[in-house]
Design a protein around this ligand. Structure first.
Ligand SMILES: [Zn+2]
Length: 786
């Protein structure tokens, strides 16, 4: 654990990712006032040096037993945690000079709490504690592990990736991974990444989706090398479809969806079989394909199918004893291909009933499928590494099959054309990502209507990017089945959230509006790791990750959610004490600002009790409390209630002659000259559903509505912020974030920590006259206890 350098007589110990150093062979260390400073090796670690008041016994660690060294670690942990604690509550000499007047008992209690926190942190940090120092290379995540392996499989100089969303909805948290992986991979290997709109489904595309997708990519801090559209390739794709027919690798089929399903075999249908169109002459297919294009058929009457492996008979890959090892191997390969449903002659082109396309207008009645379009567009754009989620792994043979059939790839080689590789999806338990379900939350629903009951696409929706099977929106069989299973009660359910960007949702626009910094989201994705395995996690892990990120980055302010007025009787009416307070006690670079401590102040209702209790350490009649940054205690003499029965006003005394308090609370002073308090509406968000797994609720019959958490949004209409808010608002984004530093930023980039309260940002509905705040995340994980 520890290492000693006998030449320099300086030893370095790694504890909780802190480097602890001491001079000489001994460390003298004060529990009361350890100092933190930059480590000499420049890494992002903290030093704990000798304290000015060395109350602890000097220790010579070289001559101590491992047990004793362990004990020193423990003490240092406590000291560090205690220091953190002091700083986070901004108790350290904020008012300048005067040490806080805090009772011994409170200090002991705090030390105890700090120790518990340290033990918890030590536990949490354990798996990481032996890992090398946090790498300085921002691309490090991409240069190791699974992603490195993908690069090594095809170590080209000009890496080219793409992020290919369908422009038929808002991106969600799962896409944050796709964006981070594709853009980040290209960046790490000195390459580039395109943003490709996979716009081959005319009915579902809307301009707002294109705009939003572009915005989200840039908000996350990435700039596409090029913005492309699959539809730009419609002419070339059509030409290649004809070429495929001419090579007898595609045929026009007129079977119904039911007949097609039957041909795919299975328990009900027996062995797989081809239809009568499979063997039609290529000239005939060509003629029919042109007829499809020219309007001879209605949607569903004809489809161009790729001639993959549906026609392969089991006897072709039945292994015989006399087969050579080589034959056996190739038969095995054939079996794998022939038994993959993605290879059962899936469609390449279909007729669209609603054929108007936002870019090509009425030019086309037929549109290529994902399976036909995706790999070819990758190839047209010179994509080297086509990265997608594992759901597409079974589609990889089809991806390669088409490229090889059209000479865009060499069989069995990754030398030419794009290479598809798959990483695990990001799943955050408790998030609703299905477009249809979010739509029900945004717009409301009528049970029994198509919108509420058509679940044919539900699963497909939840899967990133595109549908897995060719059975899509046009599949009458599935739609009919879905309609049959619902009772149709006619119940009307109202909207549950404001819009697609309601901060309780997990679309990227919602996450942004809630105030989550883009860097926090990217870090969350990368910390979970990018491998073939899915990244399954829970909401509280996401919150913890955001909290840690904000803790390190945003400025602190005093904010009172539910104010009670406090009048200090023993100071003159015009009493003002200007206090210089830091924006971040842990980061001097953020600077300081002045706040007025005045005769009238406001404290949070939670910090006052009408009837005192020995276990209560904050303000109550006949009791004192400390105020953050303020040198002397505040003593409560009396209080009065308003007509609503709630405490309306507290009368108090202030000064060094008042009894000491046992804790410090936050407050906001009243001073017109300082433009304080800043009045605000604060919205506190909690999970939208009571059930932690809302996807398991009954979405067909409206059961989801009965599970809505009545406390998913709690509004504090009279919140107050100190005057530092003006400066924070003006400086936002502060700190400057990739993606927010340049270009347009919105209210969401005005972020701060309300001391002892929560992290907040300015909501998009806020104006200069009406401040509205969103709680980004609480300061601590909500354990459900009050
Ligand atoms: Zn057919």
């Amino acid at each position: 654990m520890g290492e000693a350098d006998s030449t320099t007589k300086v030893f370095t110990l790694r504890i909780l990712n802190f480097h602890v150093r001491g001079g000489g062979d001994s460390i003298r260390h004060s529990l009361g006032a350890p100092e933190l400073g930059p480590c000499s090796d420049g890494a992002a670690v903290n030093n704990i040096k000798q304290g000015p008041k060395a109350i602890a016994r000097p220790l010579d660690l070289h001559s101590r037993s491992p047990k004793e060294v362990e004990l020193v670690y423990l003490l240092l942990r406590i000291a560090l945690a205690y220091k953190d604690h002091l700083e986070s509550d901004s108790m350290a000499d904020a008012a300048g000079g005067e040490p806080p007047k805090i009772s011994k008992r409170a200090a002991e209690k705090e030390a105890k709490k700090a120790a518990a926190r340290a033990a918890k942190a030590a536990h949490a940090a354990k798996p990481k504690s032996d890992a090398p120092k946090a790498p300085a290379d921002p691309n490090a995540n991409f240069k190791q592990g699974w992603l490195r392996g993908v690069y090594n499989e095809k170590p080209v100089k000009d890496v080219h990736t793409r992020f290919p969303p369908e422009p038929n909805g808002y991106l969600h948290i799962g896409h944050a991974k796709a964006i981070t992986v594709n853009f980040g991979f290209a960046k790490a290997y000195g390459g580039k990444c395109n943003l490709r709109f996979d716009d081959t489904n005319p009915a579902k595309e809307e301009e707002r989706y294109f705009t939003s997708i572009k915005e989200m990519v840039s908000w996350l801090g990435f700039s596409p090398a090029k913005i492309t559209y699959s539809s730009d390739n419609f002419d070339e794709l059509y030409r290649l479809a004809e070429e495929l027919i001419k090579k007898d690798k595609a045929y026009v089929c007129h079977c119904t969806a039911e007949e097609v399903n039957k041909g795919r075999g299975g328990a009900e249908h027996g062995p797989r079989s081809v239809c009568k169109h499979w063997s039609r002459p290529t000239e005939e297919s060509l003629e029919e394909f042109r007829a499809m294009r020219d309007g001879k058929y209605e949607a569903g009457e004809a489809v161009l199918r790729m001639k993959q492996y549906l026609g392969t008979k089991p006897e072709e890959y039945a292994i015989a004893e006399e087969d050579s090892a080589e034959v056996k191997k190739s038969k095995k390969e054939l079996k794998t291909l022939a038994e993959n449903p993605a290879m059962w002659d899936v469609s390449a082109y279909r007729i669209k009933k609603e054929n108007y396309h936002h870019r090509t207008g009425d030019k086309w009645r037929i549109y290529p499928t994902y399976e036909f379009t995706h790999c070819l567009c990758d190839s047209f754009e010179g994509i080297t590494h086509s990265l997608c989620t594992v759901e597409f792994e079974t589609l990889r043979p089809a991806y390669n099959w088409l490229l090889e059939a059209l000479d865009h790839k060499i069989p069995g080689s990754e030398e030419k054309g794009p290479m598809q590789r798959e990483y695990g999806r990001l799943n955050v338990e408790g998030t609703i990502l299905s477009k249809r379900r979010i739509q029900m939350l945004v717009e409301g629903a009528t049970i029994g209507s198509k919108a509420a009951t058509d679940d044919a696409e539900e699963l497909a929706d939840a899967v990133d990017e595109v549908k897995l099977a060719e059975a899509g929106d046009d599949n009458p069989v599935e739609n009919a089945a879905a309609a049959k299973t619902t009772g149709g009660t006619g119940r009307t359910i109202p909207p549950v959230v404001r819009d697609w960007d309601d901060p309780r949702l997990f679309t990227l626009v919602a996450i942004r509006r809630r105030g989550v910094p883009p860097g926090a989201l990217k870090k969350f994705v990368l910390d979970l790791g990018v491998t073939k395995a899915g990244a399954d996690t829970k909401l509280h892990i996401l919150d913890a990750s955001i909290r840690t990120y904000l803790e390190r980055t945003v400025p602190r302010l005093l904010l009172v959610l539910d104010p009670i007025k406090v009048i200090i009787d023993n100071v003159p009416d015009d009493f003002v004490e200007e206090l210089e307070v830091p924006f971040d006690p842990k980061d001097a670079a953020k600077g300081t600002h002045k706040i007025p401590f005045t005769k009238t102040i406001y404290i949070d209702r939670d910090d006052f009790r009408e009837v005192d209790n020995p276990d209560f350490f904050r303000l109550a009649p006949g009791k004192s409390v400390g105020l953050l940054y303020v040198p002397h205690p505040l003593f409560c003499e009396s209080f009065t209630k308003g007509p609503d029965g709630r405490v309306a006003e507290i009368r108090a005394k202030y000064g060094e002659d008042q009894p000491a308090g046992k804790a410090r609370i936050h407050w906001v002073g009243e001073s017109a000259a300082h433009k304080t308090p800043v009045r605000a509406e604060a919205r506190i968000f909690n999970p939208l559903f009571k059930n932690p797994r809302p996807n398991e609720l009954d979405w067909k019959n409206g059961g989801y509505y009965d599970n809505i958490n009545p406390e998913s949004e709690i509004v504090y209409p009279n919140a107050m912020i100190e005057s530092g808010f003006h400066e924070i608002k003006q400086k936002a984004p502060w700190p400057k974030e990739e993606g927010e530093a340049e270009g347009t930023t919105g209210n969401y980039s005005v972020r701060f920590q309300g001391l002892r309260t929560a992290f907040f940002c300015l909501d998009k509905e806020a104006t200069d006259d009406k401040i509205i705040l969103n709680r980004i995340v609480s300061l601590k994980e909500d354990t459900g206890k009050k």
